[in-house]
Write a protein that binds this ligand. Structure first.
Ligand SMILES: [Zn+2]
Length: 282
């Protein structure tokens, strides 16, 4: 089916009654093999999927290649798949994303004063909508393990942002941290409840790898968190299978053979991630 935006996907999951909700994974794509494995996993689970390219992927592969590559997979999938531009930092690069197949754009103005974040977000959201794409914004800073510190989402700021921008998805900082290799995040459910009371957009948690599976399931079923970004957990499965494959075949030098050995293990890890969010009460 043709690629979709994330707007309907996330609104639909939040339309279910509390306790019976599901969430969608935004999975970090770095190349062909992982993207192909993620789509295979979503087709096997029978759930929607968000393929996303962040700044690292876009620095490694030009956006006019990675956008159409992911779009090709999305258009050919038997389940709804969105192609998401993660952590855009400026209007011009977000526009370039819209011109190269992305069906969803995230603008990350979280380090700016909230009024500046709102002003630029409104411009990018308008550009996205006129291209039939979705818009994700962020209020509060989601920090990085061994990097920039988090700054929890301000309830007042997120309420203003949500009313002014009306994003299709809204990333918040409630204890989630990027690049965690352990399930070390402590989610502030009290802050989440306050944010839910003052906003209406589907909510997004970046740093999903660091959130315990049991917490991901609870949040998927019982809150308005509709999208979990998952990168590190999948990249770790890729790295391990790559090392194992090379150790098992030390004379192998063919790039395709080496990388193909990662696809089944990455797919298996993705299936576990997707089931946890899509069948949270199973
Ligand atoms: Zn992020």
């Amino acid at each position: 089916m043709p690629a979709v935006s994330i707007t309907r996907m996330l609104a639909d999951t939040n339309a279910a009654p509390l306790g019976e909700r599901r969430a969608v994974a935004g999975v970090v794509v770095l190349g062909w093999e992982d993207a192909r494995a993620y789509v295979d996993a979503a087709e096997e689970v029978g759930c929607p999927l968000i393929l996303q390219a962040g700044p690292g992927a876009r620095a490694h592969m030009p956006v006019n290649l990675i956008g159409p590559m992911m779009r090709h997979l999305a258009d050919a999938a038997s389940v709804p798949v969105a192609v998401h531009f993660d952590h855009g930092k400026a209007l011009d690069e977000c526009i370039a994303g819209l011109e190269h197949g992305f069906t969803s754009i995230m603008y990350d103005g979280s380090l700016l004063p909230v009024d500046e974040n709102i002003a630029t977000s409104c411009k990018i959201a308008e550009a996205a909508r006129s291209a039939n794409a979705s818009f994700e914004g962020e209020v509060g800073v989601v920090g990085y393990t061994d990097g920039a510190a988090s700054h929890g989402t301000s309830v007042e700021e997120v309420a203003r942002y949500d009313a002014a921008v009306e994003p299709d998805a809204l990333a918040i900082s409630i204890g989630n941290v990027h690049l965690q290799q352990e399930k070390a995040a402590t989610i502030d459910r009290e802050l989440l409840t306050e944010i839910e009371a003052r906003t209406t957009a589907p909510l997004v948690l970046h740093g999903g790898s660091g959130i315990a599976n049991i917490d991901r399931r609870w949040l998927a079923a019982n809150s308005r968190v509709a999208k979990f970004n998952i990168g590190t957990e999948l990249r770790m499965a890729f790295g391990k299978s790559l090392r194992d494959g090379l150790a098992a075949e030390p004379d192998q030098f063919d790039r395709n053979r080496i990388l193909q050995a990662t696809m089944d293990p990455v797919k298996a890890t993705a299936i576990d991630v997707l089931r946890g969010l899509w069948e949270p009460s199973a």
